[in-house]
Design a protein around this ligand. Structure first.
Ligand code: CTP
Length: 427
């Protein structure tokens, strides 16, 4: 990803040209992964200033960051030629990323304690901050850690949540720091959003970066239900709106999984899972929703499929087949039943009549937070058009009308409604 032009090494004062990132490393075993974050950011053309806590060096040596970073590693407010290194770093930074952020570091940052160079820099900066927590599952689930993160989030700090997996000591659970590639992707997306916003070129300048670290699962396209090996039943959905939602979520910093039947261009940065039938989509969506903070069902899932799929081509000479249909499962309703606390669920309703009545009924029946309804009988709206006009119904009774606009803008309008709901108590 292009995040700017590289300037001569160590020229911190040229930060206008090269993005300047302070990489904070606190004392967790995941500090070894911060080495990879450092290297990848430098490779991407970012000026990286490593700042380690004293105890982080028990896990990884400062010489490693000296060698890989863009300037010598700093650890103390006292060991630099400049008498106020935290102010220099805080002012130069376009972004500060803390990876790993331990429970202790999060607590000190949330409390405003500035007792080493890293926490002092965090308190002394106006730059956006991204924290990447890493700790054992018991610590990650401790209410104090949750409260501190909520406090930081409420102050605008971005979070790349930890993942499930193997932890130090062989335990398995939640709390493992996000993979370096995901952290780097989040940093680059935030830098890009920031430069777009500075240049005032992006239509989404005000919203870019606000989904950093959020895991968004999107479905798109009409499912295809086979009759025989050459024929299927489908619908008019192109997948354009779902792909636009996925692309907008990537642009805003989310980690996106797109489950699609569509051959529309793949949004760069999204993980794409191709499916064809309602049944395949159901399996993937239910599995991947377990790790999602936001689920958007933009797909047009078939309600019926042939009860029997003939495994050789049906021929005219055999006569008109007697097509018997059976119902598919309602994926969105099942997602609504299974959803985790705090997970945001969004449905789409393409209607031709009684739009708001039907959409409100589906909102309740499927247990979602938001139902995005469009009247596909209106000109330039919905199926296969590049434009859409929608009304977004909220479970809280709020209604937002989005007049005819490019599907990318409609996608942003939907995500604008999603953002305040993330981590809430759910519908
Ligand atoms: N949906 C789903 N699984 C289905 C059918 C629909 O997950 N088997 C989801 C769609 O992805 C969409 C929402 O439910 O987000 C509403 O879909 P829609 O087709 O408008 O509603 P239906 O429940 O199919 O009801 P009807 O056909 O009566 O309009």
């Amino acid at each position: 990803m292009d995040v700017g032009q590289v300037t001569p090494e160590g020229s911190g004062d040229d930060k206008g040209v090269q993005p300047f990132v302070v990489l904070g490393v606190s004392a967790g075993i995941a500090a070894y992964k911060a080495v990879e974050v450092c290297r990848r950011l430098v490779d991407a053309g970012v000026h990286v200033a490593p700042v380690l806590t004293e105890r982080a060096t028990r896990f990884v040596g400062r010489a490693t960051f000296d060698a890989l970073g863009s300037e010598p590693t700093q650890m103390s407010v006292w060991d630099e030629a400049s008498p106020i290194p935290h102010t220099r770093l805080g002012q130069l930074a376009d972004l500060i990323v803390v990876a790993p952020a331990t429970a202790d570091l999060l607590a000190r940052y949330a409390a405003g304690i500035a007792d080493d160079l890293l926490t002092t820099t965090l308190v002394a900066t106006a730059a956006p901050v991204l924290v990447c927590p890493a700790m054992h599952t018991e610590m990650w689930e401790h209410p104090s850690v949750r409260d501190n993160l909520d406090t930081l989030r409420s102050r605008g700090v971005f979070v790349v949540p930890p993942e499930d997996g193997r932890l130090a000591g062989g335990d398995v659970g939640s709390g493992r720091m996000a993979e370096p590639s995901n952290i780097v992707a989040a940093v680059l997306a935030m830098l890009e959003a920031r430069s777009a916003s500075t240049a005032n070129t992006a239509s989404t300048a005000g919203t870019a970066g606000d989904l950093t670290g959020v895991r968004v699962l999107v479905s798109a396209g009409g499912t295809r239900e086979a009759i025989d090996p050459v024929r299927f039943i489908t619908n008019r959905s192109s997948g354009k709106q779902g792909h636009a939602v996925a692309a907008a979520a990537v642009r805003r910093g989310a980690q996106v999984v797109l489950v699609t039947t569509s051959s529309q261009p793949r949004p760069p940065g999204a993980e794409v899972v191709d499916v064809e039938t309602a049944e395949e989509m159901e399996q993937v969506m239910l599995a991947r929703a377990q790790d999602a903070d936001v689920v958007v069902m933009a797909a047009a899932v078939a309600d019926f499929r042939p009860k029997v799929v003939v495994d050789t081509k049906l021929h005219k000479a055999d006569g008109i087949p007697d097509l018997v249909l059976e119902a598919t499962n309602d994926i969105l309703a099942e997602l609504g039943r299974r959803r985790r606390p705090g997970q945001v669920l969004v449905g789409f309703a393409a209607e031709t009549d009684d739009v708001s009545e039907r959409a409100r009924a589906k909102l309740v029946a499927k247990g979602v937070d938001l139902m995005v309804a469009n009247d596909v009988s209106a000109p330039q709206v919905g199926f296969d058009h590049d434009t859409n006009a929608v009304t977004i119904f909220g479970a809280d009774g709020t209604v937002t009308s989005v007049p005819l606009a490019a599907k990318s803008l409609v996608a942003d309008a939907v995500l604008d409604r999603v953002c305040p709901l993330i981590g809430g108590s759910g519908a």
